[in-house]
Write a protein of this length. Structure first.
Ligand SMILES: *Cc1c(COP(=O)(O)O)cnc(C)c1O
Length: 375
């Protein structure tokens, strides 16, 4: 069957934006520098203002945003970095990439995020940084986690790749609490470029200066290099796309929340299906709408056969990856994470989807569980 409901649709996004984006891009090609052009500065400042941070440094990807942040903090060989066992693998990639050891911890079973109590138990003498992940778009309690870190002199680096714009329980935007915060602008994210991109936010001027050097081959001036570092800059073209999209981010996040409310209204009482927990203090901007179901694979196959795309975030946690075989963990070490890997299913929730499409997904989920006939 052909796709009736995609998980997202970039063509719809850009068709809706083209009237504004087209002329901006034309001007950019005719007037700006391709590398670190004026649009990069403008977007960095706009995004920093949006978060409530002093500085933002655009880089090549979210993974690089994490890795360069850890480098800027001086994290390297012999250091430990605490993060969630159920994160997207890139968080772990960045920690391993700077030579540090990832110390993974199982998340809270209800929110699937880390809590201050969980982090406290994992802090040790070698811990240099903690990287909480605002998973699926739900803000993690980073103000509390930050307090636990500050007591021990440990740096907080937020992984905000899935939660642009979400407010954590104290009302602050995700990414404005940690010493540093990493964002991804992969096209699939709530704020996405037309290609790869990333950013580090901070209110520490010294770290911002260091990051501008680290993203640009370690250059301290045109011909001088202070440290060997990658070439990982946010493209001028991507910055222009992101600058326009940032104006719509709150509207789009509200649309995601509307779709989530629609799912909750229709799917709340289905035995065998667990919806994402409501945790009203922490905002959820629904990068993903992740349900849990013991018969996950059968439900996914039913949806696929009915033209509804549902995907998995994530079926193999980092410690169970081939790449993770030397991390020192084994099957069974993280029961919450491993149960999630077996049961999670992401229903379509992009802002460009229509209410009718969300209704179709609901119809098909209900049909799978024997509520009403599927048309
Ligand atoms: C997407 C993502 C990243 C990596 O971002 P890229 O831009 O794809 O490199 C890191 N962490 C999390 C939680 C992500 O979802």
């Amino acid at each position: 069957m052909k796709t009736r409901v995609p998980s997202k649709d970039y063509r719809r996004q850009y068709a809706a934006l083209w009237g504004e984006l087209g002329p901006r891009l034309e001007r950019l090609f005719l007037e700006e520098e391709p590398v670190l052009g004026a649009s990069v500065d403008a977007f960095e400042q706009a995004f920093a203002n949006y978060l409530g941070c002093a500085h933002a440094v655009g880089v090549g990807s979210g993974t690089d945003a994490l890795a360069l942040s850890l480098r800027a903090l001086g994290v390297g060989e012999g250091d430990e970095v605490v993060t969630a066992a159920n994160t997207f693998v890139a968080t772990v990639t960045a920690i391993v990439g700077v030579g540090a050891r990832p110390v993974l911890i199982d998340p809270d079973p209800v929110t699937l995020n880390l809590t201050a109590a969980l982090v406290e138990r994992a802090l040790g003498p070698r811990t240099r940084a903690v990287v909480p992940v605002h998973l699926y778009g739900r803000a993690a309690p980073v103000v509390e986690i930050e307090a636990a870190c500050a007591e021990r002199g440990v740096a907080l680096l937020e992984d905000g790749a899935q939660a642009h714009g979400a407010r954590e329980p104290s009302g602050r935007r995700v990414g404005s609490v940690g010493r540093l915060a990493a964002f991804s602008f992969h096209p699939s994210k709530n704020l996405g470029a037309f290609g790869d991109g990333g950013l580090v936010a901070t209110s520490d001027a010294e770290l911002a200066r260091e990051l501008r050097c680290l993203r640009n081959l370690g250059k301290t001036s045109k011909y001088e290099v202070g440290t060997f570092a990658p070439n990982s800059k946010l493209d001028t073209l991507q910055a222009a796309v992101l600058g326009l999209k940032l104006e719509y981010l709150d509207t789009w996040n509200a649309r995601r929340q509307e779709h989530a409310a629609h799912y909750r209204a229709r799917l709340a009482d289905v035995p065998g299906l667990t919806l994402p927990a409501e945790a009203p203090a922490a905002e959820h901007v629904y990068h993903l709408f992740v349900v849990r179901c013991a018969e996950r694979d059968a439900l996914r196959e039913h949806l696929r056969s009915r033209g509804v795309t549902a995907s998995l975030h994530y079926p193999i946690p980092p410690h169970r990856q081939l790449a993770g075989r030397d991390l020192g963990y084994a099957a069974g070490d993280f029961p919450v994470t491993e149960d999630a890997a077996r049961t999670v299913l992401s229903l379509p929730i992009a802002p460009e989807l229509t209410g009718d499409e969300i209704a179709t997904v609901c119809d098909e989920v209900l049909a799978f569980f024997g509520h009403g006939a599927s048309s």
